[in-house]
Structures are given as structure tokens and as C-alpha cells.
Write a protein that binds this ligand. Structure first.
Ligand SMILES: Cc1ncc(C[n+]2csc(CCOP(=O)(O)OP(=O)(O)O)c2C)c(N)n1
Ligand SMILES: [Mg+2]
Length: 391
């Protein structure tokens, strides 16, 4: 790589070269430098904040599908806001809102076929809705009922893990198995800007590159890993740059632009399906809400920063675009929002029917055969419930 400048500290630390003989004069380019030319990385935006599309780049999607994409984005937001309210009212467990990441979610999942695989992080219920998870199932999941974690029949998704980044090597393993079986499917795994610093994610990148696994990595860069801003997470501004060092082509996408997400992911899925191996997509977005309901972001980020992201709202932007195409108008936008709200409330009623605490089941799901010390604890615990008359 050609050197551009020589950093003075590095020059000072570099041992003085031995006096060269005339014949063995070192070529100038052998001088050590820490000035690294990182090269270009592709950036993709199709819809600007005014909802105007770059027609040369916009994907050909028919009107029904565009409206379906919009509806699921709105449904995702309604579910998000409702679960937050339920948590605040004591009706929901700790949960991780995805407010502001709806385009990243629906855009990445749209190009997948039913036979493809999806390995999500915990902040992925928008994509899960698209894949066929039910709203009440997701409510059960976040309220810690084990049946909520059951993958719906016919859906090729893996359950998520809270251990940050731990699912990514497994996703690559599934992708390698797809190749070994000669199947025509791809795996898409998503994870956060914090997860990309985890060792297993680098190991997963390496395996995927070496074995040309049919996998798409989507790094949802929402600016924060709990309270750690991305600037303190990585020494590079563009996390997409992590890809090329492993031999993985990468692209940086406006994650609040659903069309750009669809185009980038479609390209990556096609590459994976045709034997071209993995792609890394960095989706640049923003976590508008809390890390989880156990978090208060006011203690580590400014209100101004959040305000600056509001005009980039992925739903408002897509609505402007669809309005410009004559597919939506203010009445339709209001009607769809009301229908989605109603859908969530009806699902909440079904959730309430099923969300019955099962105190007698607390020892049931960890071991097939309980170790002796836990058998003792279970007996004591059940006796206590009997004494208290708890069913
Ligand atoms: C291995 C591990 N370390 C720490 C945690 C605690 N933790 C939970 S979420 C999180 C931040 C992850 O940030 P990021 O990957 O950016 O995803 P985001 O939450 O922003 O979607 C951390 C540190 C964990 N769950 N697992
Ligand atoms: Mg993050």
C-alpha cells in the first residue's frame, strides 16, 4: 500500500537505518508508516429525507408489496410502543425497543425466501413479524414465557440469544451446512455495532470468508451499545470496513432508507445464493428509544442528538415516497396506523389469555434430568407452594 505521510511519532520510534552501502540503498517505499489508506467503501442511499428516490437505483417492487412493506413497518412501531407501555404498567418483562430501526429491519428481511434462514439479534421483532412470528407470540417471548421462544411452524429462523454476538458463528455453521447439503438457501444474521467487537463475530467472518458460506451479515449500527457510543466502540468510522480485511465485500447503507436496505440485501442474497460467499452490510441507523426498559439514555446522550435524528424517521420518509407515487394520502396513513394499532390490541387480548404465570414450572426447562441438589430445591419449593395454596 503506498504510504502518504510519515507520522512523526512513528518515525521517532523507528530505529535509525544502518548506514547502507551504496549498492544496498533501501528503496524509499520501505519506510515504515502508520498512515493507512483505507480506500473507498460503497455508501448507499436511494430515498433522501424528503422521500425523493434516485430512480436509477430504486428497486422494481410492485405497489402491493410497497404497501405491505409500509404496513409491517407501521405494525412494528405500534407493537414497539405498546410493549413499552405494557412494561411500564407491569404487564411485560424487560424488553429492547427497536424504535427508529424499522427500515433496517424490514429492508433486510424482505429479500429472503421462506426457505432461507434468519438468525436474529434480540432487537429484531420487526423482521420476525415479517417472517411469520405472531404478535402475541412475541409478547409472550418478551414476558419470559418459554412458549414465546418456539419458532412458528414452517419458519426457518433461529431463536435469538441475549449473549451479544454469540449467535453469529452458529449462523455461519448453518450456512456451511446448507452448502454441504447442496441446498439452495442462504442465511442472514444480524447483530449490533457493539457485537461486531466480539471475538466470535470476527471468527465467524473468517470462517464465512474461507468457506465462502452463503451468509449475509447485517450489522445494525444504531449508534450505541447500551451507553457506549460507536465512536468508542471502533477505531474506524465505517464498521463496514471490518469486512474486506477478512475477504468479505462490504457496503454501508442508510439504514433508515428501506429501499436502500432492500437493494443492498438483495444483492448480498444473490451473491450468497450463487456461490459468491458472504457480504457484510452496515446499516447506519439510530436507536431512538431505550437500550432496554432497564435503561435511561438521558444519563449518557443529549436530547439534541435524538432531535437531530427525528427528521430521518424511516416510516415518515417512506410515507412521503409512497404519497409521491400516489399510493398513500393522509387519510390512508391514518387508517393504516389505526388498523395496525387495533391488530396489536387484539393480539394483546390473546396474549392476556395465555400469559398465566406457571409458578410450578420454574424448574422445568433447564435440564432433562434435574441434578440431585436441584431436585431437593424443587421439592422444598413445591412444598412451600402447597402450604401457601398456590396452584
Ligand atoms: C457477551 C455479552 N456481553 C455483554 C452483554 C450485555 N449487553 C447486552 S446488550 C449489550 C449491547 C449490545 O450493543 P449492540 O451490539 O450495539 O446492539 P444493540 O443493543 O444496540 O442493538 C450489552 C453490552 C451481553 N448480553 N452479552
Ligand atoms: Mg448498537
Amino acid at each position: 500500500m503506498p504510504s502518504k505521510t510519515v507520522d512523526s511519532d512513528v518515525a521517532a520510534m523507528t530505529p535509525a537505518p544502518q548506514q547502507p552501502s551504496e549498492a544496498a540503498a533501501p528503496p524509499e517505499t520501505s519506510m515504515r508508516t502508520n498512515s493507512i489508506d483505507l480506500g473507498e467503501i460503497e455508501d448507499l442511499q436511494i430515498l433522501n429525507e424528503r422521500g425523493e428516490a434516485d430512480d436509477r437505483l430504486a428497486p422494481a417492487i410492485d405497489d402491493d408489496q410497497l404497501l405491505r412493506i409500509h404496513r409491517v413497518m407501521v405494525l412494528t412501531r405500534k407493537l414497539d410502543l405498546r410493549m413499552l407501555a405494557m412494561q411500564r404498567q407491569g404487564e411485560m418483562g424487560t424488553f429492547a425497543p427497536g424504535l427508529g430501526q424499522e427500515a433496517t429491519q424490514i429492508g433486510q428481511i424482505y429479500p429472503l425466501k421462506t426457505r432461507d434462514w434468519f438468525s436474529p439479534s434480540y432487537r429484531s421483532f420487526g423482521a420476525q413479524l415479517w417472517r411469520g412470528w405472531t404478535i402475541e407470540g412475541l409478547m409472550l417471548l418478551w414476558d419470559c414465557f418459554t412458549e414465546g421462544f418456539e419458532v412458528p411452524p414452517g419458519v426457518n429462523d433461529l431463536p435469538f440469544s441475549i449473549v451479544v454476538g454469540s449467535h453469529v458463528p452458529m449462523a455461519v455453521g448453518v450456512a456451511m451446512a446448507i452448502t454441504n447439503r447442496g441446498d439452495d438457501a442462504v442465511m442472514l444474521a444480524n447483530f449490533g455495532d457493539g457485537a461486531i467487537s466480539q471475538g466470535p463475530v470476527s471468527e465467524a467472518f473468517n470462517f464465512a470468508a474461507v468457506y465462502k458460506a452463503p451468509v449475509v451479515f447485517v450489522c445494525e449500527n444504531n449508534g450505541y451499545a447500551i451507553s457506549v457510543p460507536v465512536e468508542r466502540q471502533a477505531g474506524i468510522k465505517e464498521l463496514a470496513r471490518r469486512g474486506p480485511g477478512f475477504g468479505i465485500p462490504a457496503i454501508r447503507v442508510d439504514g433508515n432508507d428501506v429501499l436502500a436496505m432492500i437493494v443492498a440485501t438483495t444483492r448480498a442474497v444473490e451473491r450468497a445464493r450463487s456461490g459468491g460467499g458472504p457480504t457484510l452490510i452496515e446499516a447506519v441507523t439510530y436507536r431512538m428509544s431505550l437500550h432496554t426498559t432497564a435503561d435511561d439514555p438521558k444519563v449518557y446522550r443529549s436530547e439534541d442528538e435524538v432531535e437531530r435524528w427525528k427528521p430521518k424517521c424511516p416510516i415518515a420518509r417512506f410515507e412521503k415516497y409512497l404519497t409521491g407515487k400516489g399510493l398513500l394520502d393522509p387519510d390512508a396513513i391514518e387508517r393504516i396506523a389505526a388498523e395496525c394499532e387495533q391488530e396489536v390490541l387484539e393480539a394483546r387480548a390473546r396474549f392476556r389469555e395465555r400469559a398465566k404465570p406457571q409458578p410450578r414450572a420454574v424448574f422445568d426447562h433447564m435440564y432433562e434430568t434435574l441434578p440431585p441438589e436441584l431436585q431437593d430445591q424443587k421439592r422444598e419449593y413445591l412444598e412451600k407452594l402447597d402450604r401457601k395454596g398456590v396452584e
